[in-house]
Design a protein around this ligand. Structure first.
Ligand code: SF4
Ligand code: SF4
Length: 103
């Protein structure tokens, strides 16, 4: 919720760059799914863009989600939501008091 609030000014988990994959067996082993900030960005293959610039962007085209080998991007309404690390101050880490997220 904080991800969409910080970037878009609205609480909408479907427009968040981080999501939770629930364990089907209900063992509470739920995992956060988020961009891994790869050095070699497979998601940008075939595009003539500057990786450094794209890393700073929160909203990407949905097609990049299909190119990501880790299924790391949330998609909604033709857009992909990419973790831009909140310009160096990750908000999700800040508000997660149990400490489930780290960088
Ligand atoms: S979107 Fe996927 S391939 Fe691209 S940097 Fe993130 S994890 Fe890596
Ligand atoms: S670091 Fe920022 S952009 Fe990345 S998932 Fe957390 S709140 Fe969203």
């Amino acid at each position: 919720m904080v991800c969409s609030l910080f970037h878009l000014g609205a609480i909408n988990a479907e427009k968040s760059a981080v999501r939770i994959r629930k364990d089907d067996l209900d063992t509470s082993m739920n995992r956060p799914i988020v961009c891994r900030q790869c050095k070699e960005m497979k998601c940008l293959e075939g595009e003539s863009v500057v990786e450094r610039d794209e890393k700073k962007k929160f909203i990407w085209d949905k097609r990049r989600a299909e190119s990501c080998p880790f299924d790391a991007l949330t998609t909604f309404g033709g857009k992909a939501y990419h973790c831009d690390l909140c310009a160096g101050k990750p908000q999700c880490i800040k508000v997660c008091t149990p400490g489930a997220l780290s960088l």
